[in-house]
Structure formats: C-alpha cells, structure tokens
Design a protein around this ligand. Sequence first.
Ligand code: UT7
Length: 331
Amino acid sequence: MRRSHPRAVILGTGSELPAKVVTNAALEKLVDTSDEWITTRTGIKERRVLEEGKGNADMAYRASLRALKDAGLEAKDLEAIIMGTVTPDYPFPSSACVLEDMLGARKAFSFDVNAACCGFLNALAIADSFIRTGMIRTALVVGSDALSRLLNWKDRGTCILFGDGSGAVVLGASHDGAHGILSTRLRTDGSYVKALYVPAGGSLKPASLESVKRNEHTIAMNGKEVFKVAVRSMEEISREALDEAEVKVDEVSLVIPHQANLRIITALAGRLKVPMSKVMVNLDRYGNTSAASVPVALDEARREGRIRRGDIILLNAFGAGFAWGAAVIRF
Ligand code: UT7
C-alpha cells in the first residue's frame, strides 16, 4: 500500500550538447557584430548547433540515457516522460513520444510542454505534482531545444543569443520528508506574446511561400522588453518559491538561473542579494538554450561538485509568453 504525500526527489541528471561549436568570431562573418559587443552585452562566447539531419529527440535521448544511468534506473522503470520544448521534431505528435520510443520506455505516458525557456520548470512542476499525488513514482523530465532551427542568421539581434542543447532529470518518490522538491511556482503574462515569438507556422498563419520569404518562421524579439520584465519577474517568483518552501535566501547554496544574458543574471543576483560565487553560469559556452538551459546547468553543477547532499538550490527561468517560474530543491 502506498503511503500518502510522497515528495519528488532528483535521482539523476544528464545533459547533451551538440558537437558543433559556433564562436562569436564565426558570427562576425554572418552579421554586422563583434566578439566584443556580444561578450560585453551578453556574456556569450560560443554556442552549440545541432547538426543537420538530427532532431531534438536525438539530443534528448543522449541526455536522458545519462540521467537514467546517474539515477541507476532503466527506461522501463519510467512511468512518465515530460519534455519542455518549443522545437519538437514534428508539429505533432510530441517529441516526448519520439523519445519514449527511442528509450523503449514502454510503461511511460509522454507529452511535451510548451512554455519556451521556462519549459523545464513547467515540466518539473507537473511531474512533481503527479508524484506528490501518488499517480506515478518515477518520471523523466526533460528540457530540450534546438532554437538554431528557428533563427534568422541575418538578424544580429537574435542569432547571437541562442544555442541548442538538452538536459534531463530523473525523479523518484521519497517518503523521507527531508529531501526533494520543496516548492515550485509558475506564472505567465500573455499580453507579451508578441515581444518574443515566431510569427508563422501555427494555425493563425500556416507556412506559405510568402511567410518563408518574409522570414516569419524565425524568432522575432523585442530584447529590451524581455530584459526588463525578466529581471523583475525572476526576482519576484524566486522570492515566492523560497517563501513557500520556508527557506531564507541565505540558506540557498546555489542559484541556477536561466542562462539568457549575464547582465540579467548579475542584476537578478544583485536584487536577491546572492553573491555571484553562489550562482551557476555556463552561458559563455552555450548561449541561451531555451528549455535546456536550467537542466544543463544543473547537471554541470552536479558534475562539478557544486551540489552536495542536503544543499538547497534555487532554479528560475523566464521566456516567451511571457512565462516564468522558480523551484526550490533540497538535495
Ligand atoms: O529567454 C529569453 C530570451 N531573450 C532574452 O533573454 C533577451 C533579453 N535581452 C537581451 O539580452 C538584450 O536586450 C540584447 C542582448 C538582445 C540586446 O542588448 P541591449 O543592450 O538591449 O542592446 P540594444 O537592443 O539596445 O541595442 C544597442 C545597439 C543598437 O544600435 P544603436 O541603435 O544604438 O545604433 C543595436 O542595433 O546595439 C546594436 N546591436 C548590435 N550591435 C552589434 C544589436 N545587436 C547587435 C549585435 N552586434 N549583435
């Protein structure tokens, strides 16, 4: 018989970054930009790009195998696969279904979550809820995107920012009461839909020769608007998640923020009064990998020995929608 109210604990993490590196110097050849501009305005030095002929699920598969190995579980043990992404392999069905087949996770039900850069946090919150209700005992939560597929390589305002990658977390149910996901908070403001979006390719404006000619299948963004709302919103939601978890900001040993822009991260750390030594940063190497950003950074932090048992970490993310969220976890 199952006891009531288990908590979701992280059993393992994994990540995958495509091999192809695109440096700022390489972008200087495509658009009117410079390594100096990109570095000082964003902190990004290089990003990874998924090779042609591969899809998002190919990256997610490798990240998931690593997470399963780390957790000491097999794909057949999984009861759910939830994948945050805005770049699925097909318009439908979900990339989570493609991943389920690749893994041979026959017992799992699988679906994608579209919350842009916040997709991993939404997927984590859903899986956490399923585990806490007792509906499932294990879940694979993935954040994975290939935004290179949605970039206009002639738009210097966007093509310098994004990269491809995939991060995965295996969750299990625990009754010890001490460890696991302590809180998750999510929010959206749909009045900002057009501040960061892909104008065509959906039901409103299906693909046509005209839409392709007008570059409407690539990311259109008002960077300044995103920047402003991102800092304020991630601070607010981080405080809410900490309050709900009854954790003081001083008790957090590591903040793992969405890796969009180093200036956003330092502004956020300043507002939260967290020293940068307690903030995970890897955007210099990967840029903004959308839904993959937080789980990739989480996996790297663990592998670098920056997270020990008992540590409390704060995750937060912000992206198109606008959609944002935060989670507090005790390892
Ligand atoms: O997950 C959420 C995803 N999105 C984001 O996080 C984006 C958040 N926003 C940002 O990171 C920043 O707004 C950007 C990095 C996109 C832009 O930085 P900024 O400091 O807001 O620059 P700006 O847009 O105000 O542009 C300043 C100048 C402009 O030139 P003028 O008008 O001053 O002559 C731009 O045309 O920099 C120019 N510029 C560039 N110059 C060289 C814009 N992009 C580039 C570029 N290289 N790549």
